[in-house]
Design a protein around this ligand. Sequence first.
Ligand SMILES: [Zn+2]
Ligand SMILES: [Zn+2]
Length: 247
Amino acid sequence: MLAPGITKGPSGCSHAAATNHTSDHRHHRQRSKARHQYEKRKSVGLCAYFGCAASAATTHRYCRPHLAKMSESNQRRSQSRKERGLCVSCGRRPQFWGVRCLVCRELFGKNGHPLPLGARRALKLYRNAELQFEIEQRQAHARFAIRKLLADETIRGNRARALYLYAGLDTGSWRTYGEVARVMNLSHERVRQLLYNSKLIVSRMLNDGVPWKPLTREVTQRAWPKTQLIQPVTDSRSSINVQASNA
Ligand SMILES: [Zn+2]
Ligand SMILES: [Zn+2]
């Protein structure tokens, strides 16, 4: 069946495309002939190179001299691609961390990882350096804030002393709670308590861009029992209280 509007020519082709079809047919004929020749030569163990009378090398489809010739020409092609910075496999795309392009790397890759080891190592170093930079920046900002708090006496007494030692304003390196505790001859827990509010203040000043882990909320005895938390805020008693206090 034909689609409407297409007239059938005597050869089975539409007239407009006849010339193209003839060349296609010829090409196809040549290809299948070559293919046939190749299969024939292969089946009798001859070198697959057209017109070569030698027999193929064991486990190969070509004779030794032809294998050597092909290998040589492959090497030349690789070399010229390398010199132009192109992938040695496809010769179309630029090389990516080695002699192959990103696409061909995937096909030849041994471990299937999208990025080569060298690139991964470089990225890791870069990420670590960035992280280190971030930490150092936070430490510098926190020290600056702490100096201000101590200078304007927002924080005083033992709290100030603990904070001063914690930020290492004397030595230039931060101390752990344990180290502060030893210097001040206090318990670890006492140091934690002394530093808690100061660290909250600094955290607020720096929008949490601080070099320490987020502080866990102090659990106080004033915590409300669960049942009271569930109750709505606008219960009758409290609204009466509000009215009473407003009156
Ligand atoms: Zn040969
Ligand atoms: Zn490629």
